[in-house]
Design a protein around this ligand. Structure first.
Ligand code: PGA
Length: 247
């Protein structure tokens, strides 16, 4: 899977142009053998739905509320995301953990809400630079995973994105050995925590993935795809990442 996280970027015209450029590339450059998920800002979801779904891509939200509906000004429900055409929702992104004080307990409730609405969660975990320097990366990510996973939910419903916080938007990426070790760790832990185990689980890597480093990262054992921020704002650069999976 290659997922595009547009974050809070672009107006309606930018979104339309980007979605249509992706649809054109998918139509003319051949079909990469991977799922492609595009996660635009919430206000663009419905507008871009037909272009993206029509070209065989999936749509995702960037967050949802933990409750199904109610008095939550400014929030969006998982059910509304699904109603707008979403199949996925990114949850627990480090920008939301940091900027909105989201705890793993809250994120777990959001993953459960997504599941109730029939959405697949892309659950993000990742350590800070200080935590990695202190030799605590595996422990920190393990704890995030343990606390952010609700009881129910299988590998078909939950994808994990490992995103070292210090690699997001910085141009720096973790080294291959560390990525491989962490993905294996996540896979094992998921298998222990979930009945049904880790079979079929997808663990994505995120943090400064771009066309230039995609093949190196996507060939690491245990890496099943990428969550792409900055490089997903250009159709060509995002497409060149997807193209790693061939035609
Ligand atoms: P980046 O963002 O590719 O710009 O580092 C990744 C993400 O935050 O999902």
């Amino acid at each position: 899977m290659v997922a595009a996280n547009w974050k809070m970027n672009g107006l309606r015209r930018d979104g339309r142009d980007l979605a249509r450029a992706l649809a054109r590339l998918k139509g003319t450059a051949g079909e990469p053998a991977c799922d492609i998920v595009v996660c635009p800002p919430a206000a663009l979801l419905f507008e871009l739905r037909d272009d993206l779904l029509g070209a065989g891509m999936a749509l995702g939200g960037q967050d949802c509320h933990a409750e199904d509906k109610g008095a939550h000004t400014g929030d969006i429900s998982a059910e509304l995301l699904a109603d707008c055409g979403c199949e996925y929702v990114i949850l627990g992104h480090s920008e939301r953990r940091a900027n909105h004080g989201e705890t793993s307990a809250l994120i777990s409730a959001k993953v459960a809400a997504a599941r109730r609405a029939g959405l697949r969660a892309i659950l993000c975990v990742g350590e800070s630079e200080a935590e990695r320097d202190a030799g605590r990366a595996l422990a920190v990510v393990g704890e995030q995973l343990r606390e952010s996973l609700p009881e129910a939910g299988t590998s078909a419903e939950i994808t994990i994105a490992y995103e070292p916080v210090w690699a997001i938007g910085t141009g720096r990426t973790a080294n291959a050995a560390d990525i491989g070790e962490m993905h294996m760790h996540i896979r094992q832990l998921f298998g222990q925590l979930k009945t049904g185990g880790e079979s079929g689980l997808r663990v994505l890597y995120g943090g400064s993935v771009k066309a230039e480093n995609a093949s190196e990262i996507l060939t690491i054992a245990g890496v099943d795809g990428a969550l792409v921020g900055g490089a997903s704002l250009s159709a060509e650069s995002f497409w060149n990442i997807c193209a790693h999976y061939g035609r």
